[in-house]
Every structure is written in structure tokens, then in C-alpha cells.
Design a protein around this ligand. Structure first.
Ligand SMILES: CC(C)(COP(=O)(O)OP(=O)(O)OC[C@H]1O[C@@H](n2cnc3c(N)ncnc32)[C@H](O)[C@@H]1OP(=O)(O)O)[C@@H](O)C(=O)NCCC(=O)NCCS
Length: 182
């Protein structure tokens, strides 16, 4: 199990005549855990859904878990948990044959349930994943891909340092995060 949290500091700026006054309004702490999929949590996991219009952005979790079974030597599916609730799902492909020289792992699936989107969980889950890839998998790079038009995912990945490398995978645009930039 991987635990991760981030504090989001919401600092608002108020102007008092010519002096800028900085006040700390709010501190939110988001604590997420990435738990392995087990017989206890897989039902909850396959019940997670994205919005209808996001259906083409990610495979269903039931399909992903079927793939996880097929390619079980290389895949690592995780439930994204907030307190005791599962709020999302991600799956890594750690098949190093593809990128043996570079030590790449693939973020193959990533979703936050429609009822939990926009709360900061996606960003924190990505940061947890980056930490896990760096410290546990000890890979050098993470690869992911997004469907053109999925601007939320594209912006989120970009803001975390993922850069398009010019490749396309089917109809998806590939992005790479270098975990040890020079
Ligand atoms: C992409 C996804 C995982 C993001 O998860 P999330 O929990 O909603 O993301 P967060 O709340 O952490 O927000 C991350 C950023 O996206 C922005 N964002 C989230 N939802 C948004 C929306 N509907 N419209 C515009 N911006 C949005 C947030 O403002 C935030 O930006 P900031 O950190 O610069 O303020 C989620 O939208 C999802 O599951 N989408 C469907 C499946 C999918 O596209 N998966 C990715 C496949 S590549």
C-alpha cells in the first residue's frame, strides 16, 4: 500500500491601498492511499464510472482488470482510496522489455469516479504514482497517453512535467515524464 498526501495552500491576496496583504485562508490536506486490488475491493472498483462524455478517454475498470489478469506478470492495478472509500483506479504496465534500456513504466489506465472528480484527487494520485515509480519501481521514466480533446488529462500531465515525445499510440498522444532530468 502506498500512502501519500499533499497540502493545498489556498493563499488569497487582498489589496489594501498600495500594500499587498497576504492571508492564509485555508489548508486542505488530501490523503490518498493506493491499495492493491483484492477480492475485498474489486467489486467497488468495477463500479467506479467516469462521465458519459469521458467514456472514450479510458477503458472500463472491468476491462482493465481482465487485462490485468491476462498480463499479470507486468501489470499493477491499484485502487485509489480516500479514507475508506475507493475514489479511482489506475493501472501500470511494468513490462520492461519495451523500454529496458530506459527503464520506462507505462501508466496504462487512470480514472477518478465521476462523483469525485475536481476535488484534487487526480493530481494527488498522480503524485503518489510518480513517487512510487521513482522509489519502488526505480524506473527512470513514466509514459502515458491521452485521447486528443481530453484537455483535463493533458493539462494535468503537462503540469506534472510530462512532455509529448512525438509518438502516437493508436489515436492517443504519448507523453513522457523524465524522473531524473539532467
Ligand atoms: C483526468 C482525471 C483523472 C482528473 O482527475 P480529477 O480528480 O478530476 O483531477 P483534480 O481534481 O486533481 O484536478 C486536476 C486539474 O484538472 C482540473 N480539472 C479537473 N476537472 C476539470 C474539468 N471538468 N474542467 C476543467 N478542469 C478540470 C483541475 O482544476 C485541476 O487543475 P489545477 O490543479 O491546475 O487546479 C479525471 O478527470 C478522469 O477520471 N477523467 C476521465 C478519465 C480520463 O480521462 N483519464 C485519463 C486518461 S489519459
Amino acid at each position: 500500500m502506498i500512502c501519500f498526501f499533499i497540502s493545498v495552500l489556498d493563499i488569497r491576496v487582498a489589496k489594501v491601498e498600495k500594500t499587498k496583504l497576504y492571508t492564509l485562508d485555508r489548508i486542505d490536506i488530501i490523503m490518498l492511499k493506493l491499495r492493491e486490488i483484492t477480492s475485498e475491493n474489486f467489486d467497488e472498483c468495477i463500479n467506479l464510472k467516469v462521465h458519459k462524455e469521458q467514456g472514450s478517454f479510458v477503458a472500463s475498470n472491468v476491462y482493465s482488470l481482465a487485462q490485468a489478469w491476462l498480463y499479470h506478470r507486468n501489470t499493477k492495478p491499484f485502487a485509489i482510496c480516500h479514507d475508506k472509500e475507493i475514489v479511482g483506479f489506475l493501472m501500470l504496465d511494468t513490462d520492461y522489455k519495451d523500454g529496458a534500456s530506459e527503464g520506462i513504466c507505462d501508466l496504462w489506465r487512470f480514472m477518478i469516479d465521476k462523483n469525485h472528480q475536481g476535488k484534487g484527487y487526480g493530481r494527488v494520485a498522480m503524485q503518489a504514482l510518480i513517487n512510487y515509480a521513482k522509489e519502488t519501481l526505480t524506473v527512470k521514466k513514466i509514459r502515458t497517453a491521452f485521447v486528443p480533446g481530453n484537455t483535463v488529462a493533458e493539462k494535468l500531465y503537462s503540469s506534472l512535467g510530462f512532455i509529448p515525445n512525438g509518438e502516437v499510440d493508436g489515436d492517443e498522444i504519448v507523453m513522457i515524464l523524465d524522473l531524473h532530468p539532467q
